[in-house]
Design a protein. Structure first.
Length: 133
């Protein structure tokens, strides 16, 4: 199982992003099922669409939103079921995590999964593996 972070998805879907090439290489492995199913948290979806709308315009943001929601490799995960647990993770971690990052970490630890991210705050935390390396 791999949990997708907004930095990874934005890097992949924004060809102007400094991480685009590395995200594209990682996406090949993801699409091949190397880490099992991909989880897209509701919070991450909101961030991706918001950032892409600001950086690339509404048409790009809506196209990516549709692609993400229709991708066979991606399972959309509403966040209300683990909201409180994510809040506890946020309070417990010493890293400077956003609430969304705490939710990603919560799910990745629960599922013993991998996180696809370029976010330095999620690297080196116990109980998770981060790609790209």
């Amino acid at each position: 199982m791999i949990v997708l972070d907004s930095s990874f998805l934005i890097g992949y879907h924004n060809t102007r992003d400094t991480h685009h090439a590395e995200a594209a290489r990682t996406m090949v492995h993801l699409a091949a099922g190397e880490w099992g199913p991909a989880l897209l948290l509701e919070y991450v979806f909101l961030e991706v669409v918001t950032v892409l709308r600001a950086r690339r315009g509404q048409a790009v943001a809506l196209t990516v939103a549709e692609q993400l929601l229709n991708a066979r490799e991606v399972e959309f995960l509403p966040c209300s079921d683990f909201f409180t647990e994510s809040l506890r993770t946020l309070a417990r971690e010493s890293a400077a995590l956003s609430f969304t990052d705490a939710a990603i970490l919560t799910v990745a630890r629960r599922e013993r999964g991998v996180i696809a991210t370029f976010d330095a705050d999620l690297r080196g935390l116990p109980g998770v593996t981060v790609v790209p390396g």
